[in-house]
Structure formats: structure tokens, C-alpha cells
Design a protein around this ligand. Structure first.
Ligand code: AMP
Ligand code: ZN
Length: 112
């Protein structure tokens, strides 16, 4: 998608601090971290939000979540949280599906 921030990051048109990449997913450090470790994991292919994902996207969603767990392992995180904000009211500000990987501090429950 031409005017999507994360599509541009995936394409290398906007710089990012890459953590992991393969042919399906891309992971990079959040520019405004909310925890000592805050990595975003995105599918390379544009999906606006989780609710836009269809049956054909199930494997890709698995890749994103498993990719986040793999990044957490590589970063030595034993305790961490994955977050997907779906829609503005839930806090989504960038409309390219992404999983937040947060770690390195205690996590309150429920989230605010
Ligand atoms: P969300 O609010 O769930 O849509 O998350 C969007 C995230 O993208 C926020 O945590 C932002 O800090 C992060 N973000 C925005 N612009 C950039 C950027 N250029 N590079 C890395 N992270 C970004
Ligand atoms: Zn996009």
C-alpha cells in the first residue's frame, strides 16, 4: 500500500532498526518504546488490521505470532507480552497489522 508507513519500512524506504526479517515478516524496534524491549512484528504484505485478515491470512498470522515468540527467545526474554491493537478505540494508530512485543519490565493486568 503506497501511503502506508509500515509498508514503507518493510520496503526500506523509511529507516528502521531491524531485529529480524524473512520472506513473510519483518520485525523492528518501536520508535517510542513503552518497555525496555519494544519490538513490532509485521507481515510484509499489507493487512490494515486484525479484523481485515481473512481465512487465507491464517498462516501469515501464525508466522507473525510465532515470529514474535522467536524474536523474544533471541532477545533472551522469558516473560513478555504480545499486543495487537485493533481499531482506533483500542489504540491502533498505524493501520498495517502489527504485533507489539513488550518485555523487560513487570506488566500490569488488566492493561489500561
Ligand atoms: P499502534 O498504536 O498499535 O498502531 O502502534 C503503532 C506503533 O508504531 C507505536 O507504538 C509507535 O510508537 C510505532 N511507530 C510509529 N512510527 C514508527 C516508526 N517510524 N518506526 C518505528 N515505530 C514506529
Ligand atoms: Zn502497509
Amino acid at each position: 500500500m503506497s501511503d502506508c508507513l509500515f509498508c514503507k519500512i518493510v520496503a526500506g524506504e523509511i529507516p528502521s532498526r531491524k531485529v529480524y526479517a524473512d520472506d513473510r515478516i519483518y520485525a523492528f524496534h518501536d520508535i517510542a518504546p513503552k518497555a525496555p524491549t519494544h519490538v513490532l512484528v509485521v507481515p510484509r504484505r499489507h493487512i490494515g488490521r486484525l479484523a481485515d485478515a481473512g481465512a487465507a491470512d491464517r498462516e501469515l498470522l501464525g508466522d507473525v505470532v510465532a515470529g514474535a515468540a522467536s524474536v523474544a527467545r533471541d532477545l533472551g526474554l522469558e516473560h513478555y507480552r504480545l499486543v495487537i491493537n485493533n481499531g482506533e478505540g483500542a489504540g491502533q494508530t498505524v493501520f498495517h497489522l502489527h504485533v507489539h512485543l513488550l518485555g523487560g519490565r513487570p506488566m500490569a493486568w488488566p492493561p489500561g
